[in-house]
Design a protein around this ligand. Structure first.
Ligand code: HEM
Length: 269
């Protein structure tokens, strides 16, 4: 007769710890199904030949999250008025603890975000991943590109120094030369006849509320479509669309783990 050993103290502690970790997760899963959703997202199947270029979308997402976090911190100290804006930026850089780092990350991170955006778009284009059935995701991506660029444009005015002011004058005047809607667009962007405090308020609100909100919504839709449609294989892949899939016949052997029907090649007679 087999002797049943009682579990050791260490085993009991391990079980208790596992139960303590699992309890809140089970609680959440039972009420929302969120844990299953996250597990599906993280462990879903992707083509075997995905490569580093397909991490550019996630890199863009990481850059956006960094911009959002540093932007929220900056918004706590920035003052969006012509009188205070420049001084508040100097204050953040020179006097706030780690302010120089947060501002530097936000300022340089904006360029990183835009560069990654273009690299990701280039990858999608070169892989032909904009074709059926991913056209809608390409359109969502194109909107993200426009919003990303507008985010950069509206943020540039906020320091309210000479460079910011004159760069915005040029940018707004360029918009003004567009056909039909150009003059209206320039008037809207200036928030009046000239660039002044109203323009700064408008750009600040677009930069920290409207555009980031729209970007977050579109990224959610973008990622939903990525998961729903699956990731496209590289064009040189055997799995690429339009090519016949070459199924390699596995070397079957008789046995418990790889049973082969009687009479089949490699099977028992
Ligand atoms: C904020 C900007 C963006 C973020 C955070 C983002 C994020 C992602 C991620 C994480 C993926 C899946 C992994 C990958 O393929 O890299 C993806 C795929 C995709 N993205 Fe983006 N993306 C952005 C902008 C764009 C732009 C500008 C376009 C094109 C105009 C675009 C078009 C696509 C398409 C078509 C796919 C599917 C590719 C495939 O199935 O292989 N995205 N995106």
């Amino acid at each position: 007769m087999a002797i049943r050993r009682s579990p050791s103290q260490a085993q009991i502690r391990k079980q208790q710890m596992l139960a303590a970790v699992n309890y809140p997760l089970d609680w959440l899963e039972e009420r929302s199904g969120l844990i299953g959703g996250v597990r599906y997202f993280l462990f879903r199947k992707v083509p075997a030949d995905t490569n580093w270029m397909q991490t550019l979308g996630s890199a863009t997402l990481t850059a956006f999250i960094s911009q959002a976090v540093t932007g929220v911190i900056l918004a706590m100290y920035y003052k969006p008025s012509p009188h205070d804006a420049y001084a508040s930026i100097q204050d953040i850089t020179d006097h706030l603890t780690m302010g120089w780092l947060v501002r530097g990350m936000h300022k340089w991170g904006a360029s990183v975000f835009i560069i990654l955006l273009f690299l990701h778009m280039g990858r999608v284009f070169l892989f032909g991943a904009y074709k059926y059935p991913r056209e809608l995701n390409w359109i969502v991506g194109a909107l993200l590109l426009v919003l990303g660029l507008t985010e950069g444009f509206t943020g540039y005015l906020l320091p309210w120094d000479q460079t910011a002011y004159w760069a915005s004058v040029v940018g707004i005047n360029l918009n003004g030369t567009g056909p039909f809607v150009g003059p209206w667009l320039a008037q809207f962007l200036r928030a009046g006849q000239e660039i002044n405090g109203n323009t700064l308020s408008l750009f600040y609100s677009l930069h920290m509320l409207l555009i980031p909100g729209a970007i977050i919504g579109l990224i959610t839709l973008h990622l939903y479509l990525v998961v729903r449609l699956g990731v496209a294989s590289p064009p040189w892949s055997k799995e690429a669309a339009g090519r016949d899939r070459v199924e390699e016949q596995p070397q079957l052997q008789t046995g418990l783990t790889r049973p082969v029907p009687h009479g089949a090649p490699g099977g028992r007679d």
